[in-house]
Design a protein around this ligand. Structure first.
Ligand code: ASP
Ligand code: MG
Length: 448
Protein backbone atom coordinates (compact mmCIF):
# COMPACT_ATOMS: atom_id res chain seq x y z
CA UNK A 1 0.00 0.00 0.00
CA UNK A 2 1.74 3.12 -1.16
CA UNK A 3 -0.35 6.16 -0.49
CA UNK A 4 -2.54 6.57 2.55
CA UNK A 5 -5.29 9.10 3.12
CA UNK A 6 -7.05 9.75 6.42
CA UNK A 7 -10.57 11.13 5.92
CA UNK A 8 -12.41 12.82 8.74
CA UNK A 9 -16.15 13.49 8.72
CA UNK A 10 -17.57 16.13 11.03
CA UNK A 11 -20.81 16.09 13.01
CA UNK A 12 -23.10 17.39 10.27
CA UNK A 13 -21.53 14.99 7.76
CA UNK A 14 -22.61 12.06 9.95
CA UNK A 15 -25.77 13.67 11.31
CA UNK A 16 -28.11 10.97 9.98
CA UNK A 17 -28.23 7.97 7.67
CA UNK A 18 -28.47 10.03 4.52
CA UNK A 19 -25.50 12.16 5.47
CA UNK A 20 -23.51 9.05 6.38
CA UNK A 21 -24.34 7.54 2.98
CA UNK A 22 -22.86 10.58 1.24
CA UNK A 23 -19.69 10.10 3.28
CA UNK A 24 -19.61 6.45 2.31
CA UNK A 25 -19.67 7.51 -1.36
CA UNK A 26 -16.64 9.68 -0.76
CA UNK A 27 -14.72 6.95 1.07
CA UNK A 28 -15.51 4.24 -1.44
CA UNK A 29 -14.57 6.40 -4.40
CA UNK A 30 -10.94 6.50 -3.29
CA UNK A 31 -9.10 3.35 -2.40
CA UNK A 32 -6.33 5.35 -0.77
CA UNK A 33 -8.71 6.34 2.03
CA UNK A 34 -7.92 3.60 4.54
CA UNK A 35 -8.62 5.35 7.82
CA UNK A 36 -11.89 7.15 8.46
CA UNK A 37 -12.29 9.35 11.52
CA UNK A 38 -15.77 10.37 12.59
CA UNK A 39 -17.20 12.99 14.90
CA UNK A 40 -20.30 12.39 16.95
CA UNK A 41 -23.51 12.98 14.98
CA UNK A 42 -24.45 16.67 15.03
CA UNK A 43 -25.94 17.69 18.35
CA UNK A 44 -24.93 14.58 20.25
CA UNK A 45 -21.85 16.01 21.96
CA UNK A 46 -23.90 19.00 23.09
CA UNK A 47 -26.44 16.62 24.65
CA UNK A 48 -23.63 14.69 26.33
CA UNK A 49 -22.23 17.93 27.70
CA UNK A 50 -25.71 18.70 29.03
CA UNK A 51 -25.84 15.28 30.71
CA UNK A 52 -22.45 15.85 32.29
CA UNK A 53 -23.52 19.24 33.64
CA UNK A 54 -27.02 18.50 34.92
CA UNK A 55 -27.46 17.45 38.50
CA UNK A 56 -31.05 16.20 38.10
CA UNK A 57 -31.67 12.72 36.74
CA UNK A 58 -34.74 13.85 34.79
CA UNK A 59 -32.75 16.51 32.96
CA UNK A 60 -29.93 14.09 32.24
CA UNK A 61 -32.43 11.61 30.84
CA UNK A 62 -34.12 14.13 28.63
CA UNK A 63 -30.73 14.81 26.99
CA UNK A 64 -30.14 11.07 26.81
CA UNK A 65 -33.47 10.54 25.04
CA UNK A 66 -32.42 12.90 22.26
CA UNK A 67 -29.18 10.95 21.76
CA UNK A 68 -31.12 7.72 21.66
CA UNK A 69 -33.50 9.20 19.09
CA UNK A 70 -30.66 10.28 16.78
CA UNK A 71 -28.96 6.91 17.16
CA UNK A 72 -32.09 4.82 16.60
CA UNK A 73 -33.00 6.81 13.49
CA UNK A 74 -29.71 5.80 11.87
CA UNK A 75 -29.95 2.23 13.11
CA UNK A 76 -33.43 1.80 11.66
CA UNK A 77 -32.40 3.16 8.29
CA UNK A 78 -29.72 0.47 7.88
CA UNK A 79 -30.43 -2.54 5.68
CA UNK A 80 -29.07 -4.83 8.39
CA UNK A 81 -29.60 -3.09 11.71
CA UNK A 82 -29.27 -6.44 13.47
CA UNK A 83 -25.54 -6.44 12.63
CA UNK A 84 -24.87 -3.59 15.05
CA UNK A 85 -28.02 -3.38 17.18
CA UNK A 86 -26.47 -5.32 20.06
CA UNK A 87 -23.31 -3.20 20.02
CA UNK A 88 -25.34 0.01 19.98
CA UNK A 89 -27.50 -1.22 22.85
CA UNK A 90 -24.40 -2.06 24.92
CA UNK A 91 -23.16 1.49 24.43
CA UNK A 92 -26.51 3.08 25.23
CA UNK A 93 -27.00 0.99 28.34
CA UNK A 94 -23.47 1.77 29.51
CA UNK A 95 -24.32 5.46 29.11
CA UNK A 96 -27.59 5.04 31.03
CA UNK A 97 -25.72 3.32 33.84
CA UNK A 98 -23.20 6.12 34.06
CA UNK A 99 -26.04 8.62 34.27
CA UNK A 100 -27.87 6.71 36.98
CA UNK A 101 -24.97 5.71 39.12
CA UNK A 102 -23.23 9.02 39.37
CA UNK A 103 -23.94 11.31 42.28
CA UNK A 104 -25.05 14.86 41.70
CA UNK A 105 -21.83 15.94 40.05
CA UNK A 106 -19.57 14.08 37.69
CA UNK A 107 -15.81 14.18 38.06
CA UNK A 108 -13.79 15.55 35.13
CA UNK A 109 -12.78 11.99 34.38
CA UNK A 110 -16.40 10.81 34.31
CA UNK A 111 -17.29 13.76 32.09
CA UNK A 112 -14.78 12.63 29.48
CA UNK A 113 -16.13 9.11 29.70
CA UNK A 114 -19.63 10.49 29.03
CA UNK A 115 -18.47 12.70 26.15
CA UNK A 116 -16.83 9.71 24.47
CA UNK A 117 -20.18 8.06 23.70
CA UNK A 118 -20.98 10.38 20.79
CA UNK A 119 -18.05 9.24 18.69
CA UNK A 120 -18.30 5.66 19.90
CA UNK A 121 -21.90 5.47 18.68
CA UNK A 122 -21.40 7.27 15.37
CA UNK A 123 -18.35 5.14 14.52
CA UNK A 124 -20.22 1.87 15.04
CA UNK A 125 -23.09 3.09 12.87
CA UNK A 126 -20.87 4.48 10.14
CA UNK A 127 -18.87 1.25 10.02
CA UNK A 128 -22.11 -0.58 9.25
CA UNK A 129 -23.09 1.95 6.58
CA UNK A 130 -19.78 1.19 4.87
CA UNK A 131 -20.07 -2.56 5.47
CA UNK A 132 -23.45 -2.59 3.72
CA UNK A 133 -21.77 -1.16 0.66
CA UNK A 134 -19.69 -4.28 0.59
CA UNK A 135 -16.61 -2.63 1.95
CA UNK A 136 -14.01 -4.51 3.97
CA UNK A 137 -14.21 -2.38 7.04
CA UNK A 138 -13.87 -2.58 10.82
CA UNK A 139 -14.50 -0.22 13.68
CA UNK A 140 -11.33 0.43 15.67
CA UNK A 141 -11.27 1.95 19.16
CA UNK A 142 -9.11 5.09 18.95
CA UNK A 143 -8.37 4.84 22.66
CA UNK A 144 -6.05 1.91 21.93
CA UNK A 145 -3.69 4.15 19.99
CA UNK A 146 -4.47 7.78 20.69
CA UNK A 147 -2.42 8.11 23.85
CA UNK A 148 -2.74 11.36 25.79
CA UNK A 149 -1.80 12.76 29.17
CA UNK A 150 -4.46 12.79 31.91
CA UNK A 151 -5.61 16.37 31.50
CA UNK A 152 -9.29 15.45 31.21
CA UNK A 153 -11.36 17.74 29.03
CA UNK A 154 -8.40 18.92 27.00
CA UNK A 155 -5.83 16.18 26.96
CA UNK A 156 -2.45 16.61 25.35
CA UNK A 157 -1.60 13.90 22.80
CA UNK A 158 1.67 12.01 23.23
CA UNK A 159 2.95 11.94 19.71
CA UNK A 160 5.72 9.37 20.05
CA UNK A 161 3.49 6.88 21.82
CA UNK A 162 0.74 7.44 19.25
CA UNK A 163 3.14 6.74 16.41
CA UNK A 164 4.45 3.55 18.01
CA UNK A 165 0.93 2.28 18.79
CA UNK A 166 -0.42 3.13 15.33
CA UNK A 167 2.49 1.49 13.55
CA UNK A 168 2.07 -1.61 15.66
CA UNK A 169 -1.70 -1.98 15.76
CA UNK A 170 -3.14 -0.14 12.79
CA UNK A 171 -0.61 -0.22 9.97
CA UNK A 172 -0.72 -4.01 9.55
CA UNK A 173 -4.52 -3.97 9.17
CA UNK A 174 -4.80 -1.34 6.48
CA UNK A 175 -3.79 -3.50 3.54
CA UNK A 176 -6.88 -5.67 3.85
CA UNK A 177 -9.49 -3.36 5.33
CA UNK A 178 -10.52 0.17 6.07
CA UNK A 179 -10.77 1.28 9.68
CA UNK A 180 -13.39 3.60 11.09
CA UNK A 181 -12.16 5.39 14.20
CA UNK A 182 -13.51 7.91 16.67
CA UNK A 183 -12.27 11.46 16.61
CA UNK A 184 -12.00 13.55 19.75
CA UNK A 185 -11.27 10.71 22.19
CA UNK A 186 -8.12 9.09 23.46
CA UNK A 187 -6.84 7.40 26.59
CA UNK A 188 -4.09 8.05 29.08
CA UNK A 189 -1.41 5.52 30.04
CA UNK A 190 -3.81 3.97 32.58
CA UNK A 191 -6.39 3.43 29.86
CA UNK A 192 -8.76 6.10 31.19
CA UNK A 193 -10.79 7.84 28.51
CA UNK A 194 -9.76 11.40 27.71
CA UNK A 195 -10.93 14.00 25.18
CA UNK A 196 -8.95 16.51 23.13
CA UNK A 197 -11.32 19.43 23.70
CA UNK A 198 -14.38 20.49 21.69
CA UNK A 199 -13.95 20.19 17.97
CA UNK A 200 -11.01 17.86 18.56
CA UNK A 201 -11.86 15.33 15.86
CA UNK A 202 -9.94 17.30 13.24
CA UNK A 203 -6.94 17.12 15.50
CA UNK A 204 -7.42 13.36 15.94
CA UNK A 205 -7.42 12.88 12.18
CA UNK A 206 -4.21 14.87 11.79
CA UNK A 207 -2.52 13.00 14.65
CA UNK A 208 -3.46 9.66 13.10
CA UNK A 209 -2.31 10.89 9.69
CA UNK A 210 1.02 11.84 11.20
CA UNK A 211 1.43 8.54 13.03
CA UNK A 212 0.59 6.53 9.91
CA UNK A 213 2.65 8.61 7.48
CA UNK A 214 -0.41 9.66 5.49
CA UNK A 215 0.10 11.87 2.45
CA UNK A 216 -3.21 13.66 2.86
CA UNK A 217 -5.70 14.34 5.64
CA UNK A 218 -9.17 15.20 4.38
CA UNK A 219 -11.51 17.18 6.61
CA UNK A 220 -15.06 16.78 5.32
CA UNK A 221 -17.48 19.26 6.78
CA UNK A 222 -20.56 21.25 5.75
CA UNK A 223 -18.80 24.11 4.00
CA UNK A 224 -16.99 23.92 0.69
CA UNK A 225 -13.65 24.86 2.17
CA UNK A 226 -12.13 27.86 3.89
CA UNK A 227 -13.49 31.27 2.95
CA UNK A 228 -11.87 34.68 2.67
CA UNK A 229 -14.12 35.55 5.59
CA UNK A 230 -17.16 34.09 7.29
CA UNK A 231 -19.83 34.07 4.53
CA UNK A 232 -22.42 35.05 7.14
CA UNK A 233 -20.65 38.39 7.50
CA UNK A 234 -20.57 39.33 3.85
CA UNK A 235 -21.90 37.73 0.71
CA UNK A 236 -18.67 38.73 -1.00
CA UNK A 237 -16.76 36.04 0.88
CA UNK A 238 -15.35 33.43 -1.47
CA UNK A 239 -13.69 30.05 -1.16
CA UNK A 240 -9.89 29.95 -0.98
CA UNK A 241 -8.51 27.22 -3.24
CA UNK A 242 -5.07 27.01 -1.71
CA UNK A 243 -3.51 28.35 1.47
CA UNK A 244 -0.18 27.78 3.20
CA UNK A 245 0.17 26.11 6.59
CA UNK A 246 1.30 29.39 8.12
CA UNK A 247 -1.69 31.35 6.92
CA UNK A 248 -4.17 28.59 7.73
CA UNK A 249 -2.75 28.24 11.23
CA UNK A 250 -3.34 31.94 11.79
CA UNK A 251 -6.87 31.58 10.49
CA UNK A 252 -7.65 28.63 12.72
CA UNK A 253 -6.25 30.46 15.71
CA UNK A 254 -8.03 33.68 14.95
CA UNK A 255 -11.54 32.65 14.38
CA UNK A 256 -12.31 30.63 11.32
CA UNK A 257 -14.20 27.77 12.94
CA UNK A 258 -13.47 25.46 10.06
CA UNK A 259 -10.59 23.64 11.69
CA UNK A 260 -9.63 22.88 15.26
CA UNK A 261 -6.62 25.17 15.83
CA UNK A 262 -4.21 22.35 16.69
CA UNK A 263 -5.02 20.36 13.54
CA UNK A 264 -2.20 21.74 11.51
CA UNK A 265 0.55 20.98 14.03
CA UNK A 266 0.89 17.32 13.04
CA UNK A 267 0.38 18.20 9.38
CA UNK A 268 3.22 20.71 9.52
CA UNK A 269 5.52 18.31 11.37
CA UNK A 270 5.08 15.63 8.71
CA UNK A 271 4.36 17.86 5.74
CA UNK A 272 0.94 16.30 5.16
CA UNK A 273 -1.39 18.15 2.83
CA UNK A 274 -4.79 18.91 4.34
CA UNK A 275 -7.95 19.16 2.27
CA UNK A 276 -11.13 20.81 3.54
CA UNK A 277 -14.33 20.19 1.63
CA UNK A 278 -18.07 19.66 1.95
CA UNK A 279 -19.43 16.13 2.16
CA UNK A 280 -22.67 17.50 0.69
CA UNK A 281 -20.90 18.79 -2.40
CA UNK A 282 -17.67 16.88 -2.86
CA UNK A 283 -17.66 17.89 -6.52
CA UNK A 284 -17.46 21.56 -5.52
CA UNK A 285 -13.79 21.13 -4.68
CA UNK A 286 -12.46 22.67 -1.50
CA UNK A 287 -9.40 24.22 0.06
CA UNK A 288 -5.94 22.69 0.03
CA UNK A 289 -3.64 23.58 2.89
CA UNK A 290 -0.01 22.84 2.17
CA UNK A 291 3.53 23.88 2.90
CA UNK A 292 4.13 25.02 -0.68
CA UNK A 293 1.55 27.14 -2.46
CA UNK A 294 1.68 28.64 -5.91
CA UNK A 295 0.75 32.16 -4.83
CA UNK A 296 1.39 34.16 -1.69
CA UNK A 297 -0.89 37.18 -1.89
CA UNK A 298 -0.54 39.96 0.69
CA UNK A 299 -4.15 39.46 1.80
CA UNK A 300 -5.63 35.99 2.02
CA UNK A 301 -8.45 36.22 4.52
CA UNK A 302 -10.04 38.12 7.36
CA UNK A 303 -10.97 36.25 10.51
CA UNK A 304 -13.27 37.51 13.21
CA UNK A 305 -13.62 36.28 16.74
CA UNK A 306 -16.21 37.85 18.97
CA UNK A 307 -16.43 37.91 22.75
CA UNK A 308 -12.83 38.52 23.64
CA UNK A 309 -11.63 39.49 27.09
CA UNK A 310 -8.88 42.04 27.38
CA UNK A 311 -6.81 41.90 30.53
CA UNK A 312 -4.44 44.69 31.39
CA UNK A 313 -1.90 44.26 34.16
CA UNK A 314 -0.17 47.46 35.18
CA UNK A 315 2.80 47.07 37.43
CA UNK A 316 3.65 49.69 40.05
CA UNK A 317 6.54 51.72 38.68
CA UNK A 318 8.98 50.57 41.38
CA UNK A 319 8.71 46.96 40.35
CA UNK A 320 11.72 45.86 38.33
CA UNK A 321 10.71 45.81 34.73
CA UNK A 322 12.85 42.77 34.12
CA UNK A 323 10.95 39.68 35.08
CA UNK A 324 7.54 41.34 35.12
CA UNK A 325 6.35 39.63 31.97
CA UNK A 326 7.79 36.34 33.18
CA UNK A 327 5.74 36.59 36.34
CA UNK A 328 2.56 37.49 34.46
CA UNK A 329 2.97 34.61 32.06
CA UNK A 330 3.90 32.26 34.85
CA UNK A 331 0.48 32.85 36.44
CA UNK A 332 -1.22 32.31 33.07
CA UNK A 333 0.69 29.17 32.35
CA UNK A 334 -0.01 27.62 35.74
CA UNK A 335 -3.72 28.21 35.15
CA UNK A 336 -3.54 26.85 31.57
CA UNK A 337 -4.70 30.19 30.20
CA UNK A 338 -3.72 30.54 26.60
CA UNK A 339 -3.37 34.08 25.37
CA UNK A 340 -3.94 35.31 21.84
CA UNK A 341 -2.74 38.89 21.55
CA UNK A 342 -0.20 40.70 23.66
CA UNK A 343 0.99 44.28 23.70
CA UNK A 344 3.23 45.90 26.24
CA UNK A 345 4.23 49.33 27.37
CA UNK A 346 6.90 50.35 29.86
CA UNK A 347 4.87 49.31 32.91
CA UNK A 348 1.91 47.37 31.62
CA UNK A 349 0.94 44.41 29.54
CA UNK A 350 -2.37 43.88 27.76
CA UNK A 351 -3.50 40.47 26.61
CA UNK A 352 -6.60 38.91 25.14
CA UNK A 353 -8.42 35.67 25.85
CA UNK A 354 -11.19 33.91 24.02
CA UNK A 355 -14.46 33.68 25.94
CA UNK A 356 -15.92 30.79 23.95
CA UNK A 357 -16.95 27.79 26.06
CA UNK A 358 -14.06 25.43 26.61
CA UNK A 359 -11.55 28.16 25.82
CA UNK A 360 -9.00 30.05 27.88
CA UNK A 361 -11.74 32.06 29.55
CA UNK A 362 -12.93 29.04 31.54
CA UNK A 363 -9.52 28.94 33.18
CA UNK A 364 -9.65 32.61 34.10
CA UNK A 365 -10.79 31.89 37.62
CA UNK A 366 -10.95 34.33 40.50
CA UNK A 367 -7.80 32.68 41.83
CA UNK A 368 -5.95 33.42 38.60
CA UNK A 369 -7.07 37.05 38.69
CA UNK A 370 -6.10 37.33 42.36
CA UNK A 371 -2.65 36.02 41.53
CA UNK A 372 -2.31 38.60 38.77
CA UNK A 373 -3.36 41.28 41.26
CA UNK A 374 -0.29 40.44 43.31
CA UNK A 375 1.75 41.67 40.33
CA UNK A 376 -0.07 44.90 39.66
CA UNK A 377 -3.35 46.61 38.95
CA UNK A 378 -5.61 44.35 36.90
CA UNK A 379 -8.34 45.51 34.56
CA UNK A 380 -10.65 43.09 32.76
CA UNK A 381 -12.70 44.31 29.78
CA UNK A 382 -15.34 42.33 27.90
CA UNK A 383 -17.36 42.69 24.74
CA UNK A 384 -14.48 43.04 22.30
CA UNK A 385 -13.93 41.41 18.94
CA UNK A 386 -10.65 40.34 17.44
CA UNK A 387 -10.23 41.00 13.74
CA UNK A 388 -7.25 39.32 12.07
CA UNK A 389 -6.09 40.18 8.59
CA UNK A 390 -4.22 37.15 7.31
CA UNK A 391 -1.83 37.02 4.42
CA UNK A 392 1.84 37.27 3.54
CA UNK A 393 4.66 39.75 4.05
CA UNK A 394 2.44 41.69 6.43
CA UNK A 395 5.31 42.39 8.83
CA UNK A 396 7.04 44.85 6.55
CA UNK A 397 5.71 48.26 5.76
CA UNK A 398 5.76 47.30 2.13
CA UNK A 399 3.32 44.53 2.97
CA UNK A 400 1.07 46.77 5.00
CA UNK A 401 0.20 48.93 2.10
CA UNK A 402 -1.61 52.19 2.43
CA UNK A 403 -4.51 50.08 1.17
CA UNK A 404 -4.95 48.35 4.50
CA UNK A 405 -4.71 51.45 6.63
CA UNK A 406 -6.99 53.30 4.27
CA UNK A 407 -9.49 50.49 4.59
CA UNK A 408 -9.38 50.93 8.34
CA UNK A 409 -10.09 54.62 8.20
CA UNK A 410 -12.61 55.66 10.83
CA UNK A 411 -12.34 52.35 12.69
CA UNK A 412 -11.99 52.73 16.44
CA UNK A 413 -9.34 50.20 17.49
CA UNK A 414 -8.85 49.29 21.14
CA UNK A 415 -5.58 47.45 20.54
CA UNK A 416 -3.45 46.55 17.54
CA UNK A 417 -0.84 43.84 17.10
CA UNK A 418 1.53 43.88 14.20
CA UNK A 419 5.05 42.74 13.58
CA UNK A 420 5.44 39.40 15.31
CA UNK A 421 4.24 37.44 12.33
CA UNK A 422 4.45 38.18 8.67
CA UNK A 423 1.13 36.40 8.29
CA UNK A 424 -1.19 38.53 10.35
CA UNK A 425 -2.19 41.91 11.60
CA UNK A 426 -4.73 41.83 14.42
CA UNK A 427 -6.78 44.43 16.18
CA UNK A 428 -9.59 44.66 18.70
CA UNK A 429 -12.83 46.56 18.20
CA UNK A 430 -16.08 46.72 20.15
CA UNK A 431 -18.33 43.72 19.41
CA UNK A 432 -20.97 46.02 17.90
CA UNK A 433 -18.47 47.40 15.36
CA UNK A 434 -17.06 44.05 14.32
CA UNK A 435 -19.32 43.04 11.44
CA UNK A 436 -19.30 46.42 9.67
CA UNK A 437 -15.51 46.59 10.06
CA UNK A 438 -15.04 43.18 8.47
CA UNK A 439 -17.39 44.09 5.62
CA UNK A 440 -15.56 47.33 5.00
CA UNK A 441 -12.16 45.62 5.07
CA UNK A 442 -13.24 42.74 2.87
CA UNK A 443 -14.72 45.11 0.35
CA UNK A 444 -11.47 47.09 0.10
CA UNK A 445 -8.98 44.25 0.21
CA UNK A 446 -10.70 41.51 -1.76
CA UNK A 447 -13.03 43.03 -4.28
CA UNK A 448 -10.96 45.91 -5.57
N1 ASP B 1 -17.83 15.69 18.88
C1 ASP B 1 -16.86 16.63 19.39
C2 ASP B 1 -17.46 18.01 19.48
O1 ASP B 1 -18.59 18.22 19.09
C3 ASP B 1 -15.60 16.62 18.62
C4 ASP B 1 -15.74 17.03 17.17
O2 ASP B 1 -16.80 16.94 16.59
O3 ASP B 1 -14.74 17.42 16.58
O4 ASP B 1 -16.81 18.90 19.96
MG1 MG C 1 -15.54 20.44 13.89
Amino acid sequence: MSELIVAKFGGTSVADFQAMSRCADIVLADNRIRVVVVSASAGVTNQLVAISQHTELTERFSAYTEIERITMAVLQALSHPEAVAAHVEVLLSELRQLIEQAGTVFSVQQKDEILSFGERLSSVLFTQVLAERDAAVACFDSRLVLRTDSHFGKAEPQVDAIRALCQQQIKPLLGSERLVMQGFIGADAQGQTTTLGRGGSDYSAALLGEALDASVVQIWTDVVGIFTTDPRLTEQARCIREISFDEAAEMATFGAKVLHPATLLPAVRQNIRVFVGSSREPEAGGTWIAREVTERPAYRAIALRKSQTLITVKSPAMLHAAGFLTRVFDVLSRHHISVDLVTTSEISVALTLDEAPGSAFDSLTETAIEELRLLGEVKVEHGLSLVAVIGNHLHSSRGITGELFQALEGVNMRMICHGASKHNLCFLVQDADATPVVKQLHQSLFTA
